[in-house]
Design a protein around this ligand. Sequence first.
Ligand code: ADP
Ligand code: GLC
Length: 486
Amino acid sequence: MKVLHVAAEVFPLVKTGGLADVVGALPQALIKQGADVRLLLPGLPAIADAVLSSKKVCDIGAAFGAGRVTLRRAELPYSHVPVYVIDAPYLYRRGGSPYQASDGIEWQDNLQRFALLGWVGAHLAAGELDPAWTPDVVHAHDWHAAMVCAYMAAHPPTTASSVFTVHNLAFQGIFAQADFHLLGLPARFMAPQALEFHSQLSFMKAGLKFADRVTTVSPTYAAEIATPEFGCGLEGVIRGRGADVSGILNGVDGAIWNPEKDLGLARSYSAQQLDGKALCKQALQKEMGLDVRANAPLFGVVSRLTSQKGLDLVLTALPAVLKRGGQLVLQGNGEPTLEAAFEAAALQFPRQIAVRIAYDESLAHRVIAGADALLVPSRFEPCGLTQLYALRYGTLPVVRRVGGLADTVVDATEPALTADKATGFVFEAATALALEQALERAMTMYEKQPALWKQMLLRAMQQDFSWDGAARGYMQMYGQLAGSGA
Ligand code: ADP
Ligand code: GLC
């Protein structure tokens, strides 16, 4: 089974969120199950620089405004997964994020930049760029890669099937209809049953409409996006795909997130050897300038600071934590108003609140290991990876019952505790009051029932969220597609 994954990010080279973690780990899990997987990535600076020893596959020539486009082949450092890289310096070799300049404004030519990614994927699928390797399935991730599905539909010589995975429906790749001609697609693609979306054009819709199967990263989010509350205006399109839409839960890359082998921690630990966790907490309190108190409940946050993540609720609920002697370590960046509000809170209560407005991979590990509980009060959450990392590190998640959070954390209700199934604290409404009540429950258990807390922590650490399960789900889907000739 030959599978080409098409994406804009891959850990550890280019990462703006969980997408990169998935693209870094899933291909390896699929390879372990016998698939012949290759990745197709844009030649963003960190990617192009990491594969300097790449071999040229072919010259593509001028395309999408770039004077010179070359397709190269290499292996990813770290994982050795084979990768095709689109070398198009004019479109990809620039600073900032993959999607925006450093001032936060979207790149003006994102349409061309990500159309090229899809176009190359479709021509690889048709066997036109590398006749030595033609995929059976093309698997595209998020709007950045979604156009591969439209180009495959436009160039029928391909026998490959397509899978499109939605990691976050809120980011859609919307462009002016006037730019449709730049895509080089037949006019029929600028129609409501194709890319047209409220008089604009939508890359996300290209994936949703033209992929043979649509998946998203948790079963609950798959159901949610068929409703107006979570569908971002695309709920009708999603409902229209019926049983072609399903949810496959993400996993955890155990080579990166494992408290037993995590060299960046003050002390590694495991369910059998838990002492190290207390040392990690102490080290985090010291590093952050908090009071070093073993019995202060320490809440952690590692997150993009956007309205999706519901962290404004944390700001409102904070006084309840402070009143009971609790502590907060927040690491994240994003919306300036949220950054400023958390920084102000830390200034006011420096011994109880520490805030790092930064993107720092190793600090994320120290926060998740050192905290007693991790807050993920999202308004919506397609899957969420930090709560999975927290479970693995024995850090109990406090989450809203939404999307992948609902699928991965078992609330500490009486029956769940009696059955030894509880792994965290779950609340329903996206309100500060509901979060506060969950925090109160967590703090009460932490203070008054340490044995029960430990039982939950051990249960959390035993959860199996490895990538093997997800990889099996995708393999089954690929097999059905290849078998059906879809
Ligand atoms: P999303 O992709 O919506 O941001 P996820 O929970 O799926 O949410 O993935 C977020 C990923 O980004 C995790 O690997 C998390 O550790 C990481 N992350 C988020 N914010 C930061 C930060 N400020 N520094 C380091 N890593 C971060
Ligand atoms: C998105 C979602 C997040 C998910 C990640 C990886 O960024 O917001 O919930 O875990 O993709 O699939």
